[in-house]
Structures are given as C-alpha cells and as structure tokens.
Design a protein around this ligand. Sequence first.
Ligand code: PLP
Length: 370
Amino acid sequence: MIPISNPRGQLEQIQTEIEQTIRTVIESGSYVMGPHVERLEQEFAKKIGVTEAIAVANGTDALVLTLQSYGIGSGDEVITTPFSFFATAESISRVGATPVFVDVDPKTYTINPQKIEDKLTPATKAIMPVYLFGQPAAMDTINQIANYYGLIVVEDACQAFGATRGGQMVGSLGDAACFSFFPTKNLSTIGDGGIITTSDNKIAKRIRSLRVHGSSQKYFHDEIGFNSRLDEIHAAVILVCLKYINGWNNHRIELAKKYYQTLAPLTCMKLPYADKKGEHTYHLFCIASYQRDKLKGFLDKQGIQTGVYYPCCIHLQRAYREHGYQDGDYPIAEALANTLLAIPLFPSMTELEQDSVVHALEEFEVAQSW
Ligand SMILES: *Cc1c(COP(=O)(O)O)cnc(C)c1O
C-alpha cells in the first residue's frame, strides 16, 4: 500500500538522533516547558522572521489563545474560510465569537479577498486566512483590507510551515500566526504540539500567561486561562526535525514538480494551482476530478491510498446547524468538497512509488475513455 502521507517514513531516516534527544530529556528531569521549549521558541521565531514564538499544546489551542489574547470574544465576528479543517472555525466559536465565512478562490482554494468586504460589519474584529494544503493566501490584498478597516490578521499556517509569499515566510505575514506539530503536518512531532508566532510583544506576553492558567507569576493568576503547555519531548523532537525540514519540504516540491509534468496530459483531472507570487509546500497534493469517488475506488484497488480533504464544508457541519446555512451558500467550497482528492506525496516517497501512482492515474484516464 502506498500511503497518502507517511510520518513514520520521515522519522525513520533520523531515528537514532530522535532517540538520543529523547534520552537527553528523560535524563534531564525537566519534562514540561523546560530548556528545549525555550530553545524551540527562539529558533522557530528566528526561522520565521518574527521576534516571538510561543509554544503551546496543539494547533487548535494556538488559534484559541491567539484570538483570546486580542480580546476577541462574545459579540465579535471573525472572517474566515468555510473550506478548511474544522479547528479553524471552531477556535473562533470557542472564544465566543462568530465565524463569518467567505468563499474561497477557485484556483488557490484559499479565502477570496474580493469577497471579504461584503461580509464586514461593525462587529468584525479579525480575518483568519488558512494556507490550505500548503498554499499561501493572497496576503497582500488581505492585509490591505485589514489595515483599511483596522482588523487583526491571524494566519492559520498549520498546513504550511516553510511556505513563502513575496519572499517572506508564512507566519510573518499577519499580526500573529498559528502552527501545528501534529504528526502529519510538514514539521511535526510524535504527538501533539503547536506554536504561535508574532512580533507583537504585548500579545506574546498575554499568550504566555494564558497558556499557564492566566499566570505570569507562579500561583498568581491575572485571568482565566488554559493548560496549554508543550512537553520537553516534543520540543526536543521538533528541534531535531527543524534541521531537516528544508530538505523535506524541498523533496515535497520536487515530487509535486514531477506530478505536474507527468499528469499534465491527463484530461480526467485538474492539477493544483501554483501561485507564482508564493511558494507552495504541498502539505497535500490535491487533484480535482468530477469522477472523484470512482477514481478513489480505482486507486484503492491498486493499493494507492488517497484522501478527501474535506468531504463536508464547515458551514454545513452539524455543529453549525443553528447558524442556518444551506447547500449552495458557498458554491466554490462545496464544489471542492465534491471533487478534490489528495494523492500520495510525502518526503520519504520513492521514485518507484510515485511512478506507480502516475501509472495508475494514466490507466484510469484510458479506462474512462472506453
Ligand atoms: C491541523 C490543523 C489545525 C489544528 O491543529 P491541531 O494541532 O490538530 O490542533 C488547525 N487548522 C488547520 C488548517 C489544520 O490543518
């Protein structure tokens, strides 16, 4: 079976180093928010090009704590995309605010900036673009709108570590940005983890307090916070992975290039758009096909795993049924939910494996024309 992603294959290449660093943590006696977390925060901030990085328990918490640190809550609205992992909108609802969806661009699958102004109200406080599948959003236009209307921009960069726009790293393009270290993400650990980047020292300070029960001095609590600390083991593993991430991301880009070349002649599918203003990191390589489910079944029979990201748009999730959305409210997002299919692409993928995927897709194309 060729998997859709392979976190194990990635770590296998550096397993000795991972084992050594975990042993160091065990022997240190410091297990939560110790020296490794501190070093991770410093190195991560430097890599992204911001002054502060704050490590937390996972990517969802990163989003929640960031929104709360800006004072966003009940009565506020946050503009975001209906086509993302559920956690994007969930974090907005979690702080008591309302997610207001704006349909995505049919090419990049990221929030369509042309449609944002229609949805602004006096309650709008922030815009949360998502760099879906590793593709940066149209940040130049989004930042212009945000500046004009005095809105905060929180980047959901959970799928896009290493992606750039206009030569700048994602994570440095808005007021604050959130990353996840979940095992399938480009930069990941052997469990859960997350981090927030910002160059706003005041916000960083508030997030540092929020993640440890609203406390900046031990046993004195300024506000109701969270327990969202990062473990030393994860910080240590991520620090090792940080040394290899450029190579891994470059290999993803190479694999994507080969898919673009070899799959270009096929008419039964559309390839993902690569925006020339930025660098996509191919967290997922999603092709679009009107015969998506048939294609999925065909590949499955050949031992090729595929994935549907995402089969149900956020506005149509049962959790949001009280918001009264209907089929057809966000036609582009809904069309993508019905047509996209992620095919295998991961750093430890071999040439042979990729050839098998390409051949299977070629076979599907021929089988369809009969
Ligand atoms: C993974 C992901 C999250 C949440 O991260 P967790 O670490 O799983 O909590 C949020 N947004 C997007 C777009 C994601 O892909």
